[in-house]
Write a protein that binds this ligand. Structure first.
Ligand code: ZN
Length: 138
């Protein structure tokens, strides 16, 4: 078994900023000219997520609206009693959505659906620079 580690950074605006990172992931993976592998895409941080979405204008409104119902901003969270950083909602959203995704590489192609993009969502209440780690196992 061999492991390749790759990474890139993403500058975000925070506040549930949804950024399509599909091309950056493809660029990183295809640069190694592999045929078959497990590709893990992971972001470090407790107020940021990685997931999949159809990156079209409607869903870019629908997903934040759904998360606003589950973990609304602007209400009291116990987390804010600990750090007073006002981002309890961001931590809860990030825990629910998760911080990694796996995409199989088969016969040299990442197996993403035609309307399936990989996105980074930054829930924090300020702009951030995030590091995305790509770990390729084959
Ligand atoms: Zn916090």
């Amino acid at each position: 078994m061999t492991i390749i580690n790759d990474r890139f950074t993403v500058n975000t605006k925070g506040n549930t900023d949804i950024i399509d990172i599909t091309q950056k992931v493809k660029h990183a993976v295809y640069s190694h000219s592999l045929q078959n592998a497990v590709v893990n895409v992971y972001v470090a941080g407790s107020t940021v997520s990685i997931t999949n979405i159809e990156f079209e204008p409607g869903l870019l409104v629908d997903l934040p609206e759904a998360l606003e119902k589950i973990a609304p901003a602007g209400v009291e969270y116990h987390h804010d009693e600990t750090w007073h950083d006002g981002n309890g909602y961001a931590h809860v959203r990030a825990s629910i959505v998760g911080n990694s995704t796996m995409v199989p590489l088969i016969d040299g192609a990442l197996q993403l659906g035609q309307w399936q993009q990989i996105v980074l969502i930054d829930f924090d209440n300020k702009s951030r620079t995030r590091t995305v780690y790509i770990q390729i196992v084959y």
